[in-house]
Structures are given as C-alpha cells and as structure tokens.
Design a protein around this ligand. Structure first.
Ligand SMILES: *Cc1c(COP(=O)(O)O)cnc(C)c1O
Length: 361
C-alpha cells in the first residue's frame, strides 16, 4: 500500500482500489495512444464508444444480466431514481408497494406518494431501522405495479439476506451500497439500480438494469430525460453520458473480475464483516446498532455508551490512519463502510485499533 494513503471507511464516495486509480492515472493524459484523456473525448467517438460498449458488456457478464434486460448509464444520482421509478412504472396499476427499512427507502417512498397510491410493505422505524423484516411479515398488494426495497441500508447498517418473494409483482431494488458485493440472480428483478459512488466508481454515474417491457407506462408529464424509454432507445446516449465515470467503472469491473467476480467479492465481504462483528460481539465497550440477523456486510454501525467517547474514538482513529468513521447524524456513533475496494488488511488493522482503544478506555 502507498505509504501516504489512509484506510478510508467513508460511506460514499468511497475507497477505490489503488491499482484502479494508478491505471487511470497512467492513462489520464493519453488514453491508449488516442493522444487525449477520456475526459476530453467526444462521447460519440469510436474510442469512447468502445469504452462504453466494453463496460456495458463487462457488467452484463459479471452480473450475469440476461439478454432481455437493458443496462443504462445515467446521471440522475441514486436519488433521481426515487422519482424516475414511480414516474415510469406506477402508471401500470396506479399503486406500488414500498418496504421502508431506512433513510433512502423512506425518501423513495415519500417521493413516490406524489405519483400514485403507496402501500407500506413494512416500516422498520418502530425499532429505529435496526432490523430487516422476514418474508412472512411483508404486507403485499397483488395489484401493485412494483414492489420497492433497498437491499442494504447504508446509514443504519442493515442488509436483506434474502430476495423478497413478490408473486409476480416486479421487484425494484436500490443496490447502491451492495451491488457487486455478491452474486445476484438478476432474473428475479424487474429493475435494479445503484449510484456508483459506493461500490463501483466515482460519483456521477447511476447504473440502472431494467427488464425489457417494464418501460412504457410513464405518466404523461414524465420529463423526457427521466423516461426510461428515452434512454433505452438511445442506449443511454440521448445526451452526453458521464463518460469519465463509465471509463472508471470499466477499470473497476476489470479489478472485480481479477479478484474472483461477485463470488470473490462476497468471500472478502464475509471476511471483513465477520472480523469486525466478532470484535464488537466480544467487546464490553462497543455495541452494534443492527440486530444480529440483519447486519450489513458493507456498513458496520456501532457505538460506545457515551457520545464523548465516540468522538474520542473517531478522532484517535483518524490520527492512526483510519478515516471517515463517524456515523451518520441519524444514527450517531460510528460507521465503518467496508465496500468491495476495502482491503481485508484494512479491517484487520481497524480491529486491532478497536481492541487497543477498548483496553485504554
Ligand atoms: C448513497 C445512497 C443513495 C443516494 O445516492 P445519491 O447518488 O447521492 O443520490 C441512495 N440509496 C442508497 C442505498 C445509498 O447508499
């Protein structure tokens, strides 16, 4: 590891593999003999179109995306999908089911209420979003246009360990903070989306994977740029796509592939999270936020009994080279975001630091 680099536990934008950054660096002024940077290229040039196509193909291959699904590279931000999804999909029956298990699904649900009748499949606010409901507890409406959920709750540190069964209602999933962290059966979903800045690339790119036929139910006032059909018909090139981020995603996907693909990512994910939760479970000083059977493998939320001690922990950790461990203001305490690019060694070192801090306090 580059000696001046820190272990960055930021929730997003977040750590990228050093080799990916170095490769981007080596190509930054002259991309493979083109004489220019990817940042300077026409998005319609052959050289960029090749980057675009290869990146799309790599993602399709790595996630095993069936041929009847479109892969879109958009600029909406994950939050833009909170509007785009109901605008395009709710028109089918006028209703949708939302499973609210944290901040982002709550915001998505609130936004969707503008466009149709929303039923709550669950709302875990009753226990401060510390758990994921079991399948039997989900309230489902068979007439829903879609069933919406967020696979990993970045702020609260909970993660669904199963794919909800919806009996034919298309499943829509926000995978912003756990995409590519494990194999996923895409064919179970109608639509998967993710802001790239957690697990995939720099901020500025939103990946949407949508099943053919789901588009075409847009409400009449749906903005042109928020219509999936516009972007499907133009292969995400109705206007200028986020070229640099797409290139970076391509480099990141090469790295994921070299490291065993989604199955390799899942192995590391279990290693990293297992180590951290073991340390928390054997601690007298720290407690985790999430209930044990709902713990996230990507965002580990924990705290001491005192806010002063939490602050001291965050500060001393930063001095020791473990940065961005302060929890989100909604949960307080600490949060270690341990995405794909976080080396297992970074978590080992953090565990050592946690143990030493406990001893000293
Ligand atoms: C970060 C995050 C978002 C919001 O992403 P933006 O790209 O900033 O809009 C939405 N959902 C989840 C699960 C996230 O982690």
């Amino acid at each position: 590891m580059n000696a001046s680099r820190v272990y960055n536990f930021a929730a997003g934008p977040s750590v990228l593999p050093l080799s990916v950054l170095e490769r981007a660096g080596s190509e930054i002024t002259n991309y493979r003999g083109s004489g220019m940077s990817v940042m300077e290229m026409s998005h319609r040039s052959k050289v960029f179109m090749d980057i675009f196509q290869e990146t799309q193909n790599k993602l399709r291959r790595l996630m095993n995306v069936p041929q009847d699904y479109h892969i879109l590279f958009l600029q909406t931000g994950a939050s833009g999908q909170f509007s785009m999804i109901p605008l395009n999909l709710i028109g089918k029956t006028g209703t949708a089911d939302y499973a609210v298990t944290g901040n982002f699904s709550g915001l998505a649900c609130k936004e969707a209420r503008k466009y149709g009748q929303i039923s709550l499949a669950c709302d875990t606010a009753d226990r401060n979003h510390s758990y994921i409901p079991r399948q039997e507890a989900l309230k489902r409406n068979p007439d829903a246009s879609y069933f919406y959920y967020c696979a990993n709750n970045t702020i609260y540190g909970t993660e669904w360990d199963y794919t909800p069964e919806t009996g034919g209602v298309p499943l829509v999933c926000d995978m912003s903070s756990n995409i590519l962290s494990m194999p996923v059966d895409v064919s179970k979903f109608g639509l998967i989306y993710a802001g790239a800045q957690k697990n995939m690339a720099p901020a500025g790119l939103t990946v949407v994977i949508i099943k053919e036929g789901l588009q075409g139910h847009e409400l009449p006032y749906t903005p042109l740029m928020m219509n999936y059909k516009t972007m499907i018909d133009k292969d995400s090139m109705y206007n200028t796509p986020p070229c640099w981020c797409i290139y970076m995603l391509g480099l990141m996907l090469d790295w994921v592939e070299e490291n065993g693909g989604p199955a390799g990512m899942e192995k590391r994910k279990r290693q990293r999270a297992g180590m951290l939760y073991d340390v928390l479970d054997s601690s007298r000083l720290f407690t985790g936020h999430a209930e044990k059977d709902s713990r996230s493998g990507m965002n580990v939320t924990f705290r001491t009994a005192s806010e002063e001690l939490d602050a001291k922990f965050v500060q001393e950790a930063a001095q020791a080279g473990f940065v961005n461990l302060k929890g989100h203001r909604m949960t307080g305490g600490m949060r270690a975001s341990i995405y794909n690019a976080m080396p297992v060694e970074g978590v080992e070192r953090l565990c050592d630091f946690i143990r030493a801090f406990e001893k000293a306090n």
